[in-house]
Design a protein. Structure first.
Length: 117
């Protein structure tokens, strides 16, 4: 949830990349630094949430890496085909989400074993 909030309230506002629908209607597909809103397209909040969820399980249960990776690729394909996001939005969102999830899962595992207090 923290990664999603950071994405929507900081990164989307910072980068200000318009979505595919806006670009079709004439907006320029480019970074518009500090002029975005929570409805901007880059990075994809959908992939941040899915990636963070998957990242936790990927770090805690090694056997879940391939099945979750397949599901993430499927979700990415649907976001792309459905014209909700550009490929760059999806890649950045997946990177942010998976990184946050792996960090959270690793911290949880270390805390559970008494190495992190």
């Amino acid at each position: 949830m923290c990664a999603y909030a950071f994405n929507d309230h900081v990164l989307k506002v910072l980068f200000g990349v318009p979505g595919p629908a806006d670009v079709i209607h004439g907006a320029r597909h480019a970074f518009n630094i500090l002029t975005g809103s929570e409805n901007s397209s880059f990075p994809s909040g959908h992939m941040v949430l899915a990636g963070a969820f998957s990242g936790v399980f990927m770090s805690l249960y090694r056997g879940s890496v391939w099945p979750l990776a397949v599901l993430l690729v499927l979700a990415a394909g649907l976001l792309l085909v459905g014209d909700w996001h550009f490929l760059s939005d999806i890649i950045a969102g997946a990177f942010l989400g998976i990184s946050a999830g792996v960090l959270a899962g690793t911290a949880w595992a270390a805390h559970s074993k008494g190495r992190l207090r």
